[in-house]
Ligand binder design. Structure first.
Ligand code: GDP
Ligand code: MG
Length: 395
């Protein structure tokens, strides 16, 4: 009952979010989904083949290899499809046992695409040796998707055993564990992730090393992870609405272009240039404010998500490209208008006016379409950044 009620509320929140994005009120869009989260969390257990992914899943579920319902483990990796295992303690959590990275079926370069990693909300990277390029690649990919992960360094018992045999006199368990943690943290930090969450475990000894901490941390962070998972779905929801709005505004461009045609057809040299310039400028600002990415709206949004406004304005790439494009097109327009004025207006005023108006019509409509597209892209980037910041606020 609780889940049903909550999912109905989530649907209402999503409707509010969509409406606010359509109205260009991004602060309202974020407010409308405050307090909502996903009810399920799909955790992908990934890493190289043989690193102990399946064994970790079994241990997390309180099972041993060979128990009924346990994941298959062993020396051979014949897995070609991800397998789902519900967590037996944490509500709504599914652990996905993924095939190993870097095998002949799943080479490093195509692994993320082949397994469509974007469908998982959270990741546990399992590595059984030193931090390697495969791990770095996974870290980068997860980061690129704006998602989070834990790094689990497995088979701690083997490292400790080897160390004990090699240097029995200077053997110090905590020091070795710390060295392993440091190696992993360094590797992850080199990919620009901080602070890395690293757990050194042995699936054969679930009560020792960092295994209890891994379970406690996941349990403690579960609500936040579900909230972040929910926020991660919103850019796609927004994308549909932003495209819808772009299509509507695109459909109106011909009217504006026609207006600019009529004005530019007035047989006074230079008028086409001025008309196109002012019409373009007026509508560009209208696009910024109607999508909610004008200066005032961006400041309000930055305040709401607790980020410096510069982080949001950095997402706005349209201003630069639009200005350059406008300048070039306007210069072309001035040239054409002057030429038309020189050769046609004096002798064939009607022809001159038509050419001048036509150039203005084409230029206005081309520029507005381009600007609209880049303002829409900016909106998508700004909103994604704001949602990411909102996700960080829940941490
Ligand atoms: N000593 C030790 N061996 C482990 C541990 N975890 C897994 N293994 C062994 O490593 C091999 C591969 O494990 P598996 O879970 O199948 O790896 P996967 O391919 O990543 O799923 C198996 O023979 C496991 O018994 C561990 O924590 N300690
Ligand atoms: Mg396996």
């Amino acid at each position: 009952m609780f889940l049903l009620l909550s999912s109905r509320l989530s649907t209402m929140a999503l409707d509010g979010f969509r409406a606010a994005v359509y109205q260009g009120n991004l602060t309202e869009a974020i407010s409308s989904v405050q307090g909502f989260y996903c009810h399920t969390l799909n955790i992908a257990i990934t890493g190289e083949s043989g690193s102990g992914k399946s064994s970790l899943i079994n241990t997390m579920r309180g099972l041993r290899a060979g128990d009924e319902g346990a994941a298959e483990t062993g020396m051979l990796d014949t897995m070609t499809e991800p397998m789902a295992y519900p967590d037996l303690v944490l509500p709504g959590v599914t652990l996905w046992d993924l095939p190993g990275v870097g095998t002949s079926y799943f080479p490093l370069n195509t692994y993320c695409k082949q397994l469509n990693l974007s469908r998982y909300e959270f990741f546990i990277i399992v590595g059984s040796q030193r931090f390697r390029s495969e791990h770095a690649r996974l870290v980068r990919e997860i980061q690129r998707m704006g998602k989070r992960f834990y790094f689990v360094r497995s088979k701690a018992d083997m490292d400790l055993d080897a160390s004990r045999r090699q240097r029995p006199s200077s053997y110090n368990e905590e020091r070795i564990l710390q060295q392993i943690r440091e190696d992993c943290r360094r590797g992850i930090a080199a990919e620009g992730v901080g602070p890395p969450q690293v757990f050194v475990v042995s699936s054969w000894e679930p009560n020792r090393y960092d295994f209890p901490l891994l379970r406690q941390t996941l349990q403690a962070e579960l609500q936040q992870l579900k909230r972040q998972a929910f926020l991660c779905t919103l850019p796609d929801v927004a994308s549909l609405i932003i495209n819808q709005k772009k299509a509507t505004l695109n459909g109106e461009i011909w009217k504006i272009a026609l207006f600019s045609f009529l004005l530019a057809a007035i047989p006074v040299p230079g008028i086409a240039f001025l008309c196109t310039f002012f019409i373009f400028r007026k509508h560009l600002f209208r696009y910024y404010s109607s999508f909610g990415v004008d200066d005032r709206s961006l400041s309000a949004l930055a305040r709401q998500v607790g980020k410096p406004v510069g982080e949001l304005t950095a997402m706005m790439t349209s201003s630069g490209t639009t200005a350059m494009m406008a300048l070039k097109l306007l210069l072309d327009l001035v040239g054409t208008t002057l030429m038309v004025a020189e050769y046609s207006w004096k002798r064939f005023p009607l022809f001159g006016a038509m050419v001048s108006g036509g150039v203005s019509l084409v230029t206005t409509s081309f520029m507005l379409q381009k600007c609209l597209a880049s303002v829409a892209d900016d909106t998508q980037r700004v909103l994604s950044k704001a949602l990411e910041a909102e996700g960080e606020n829940t941490m």
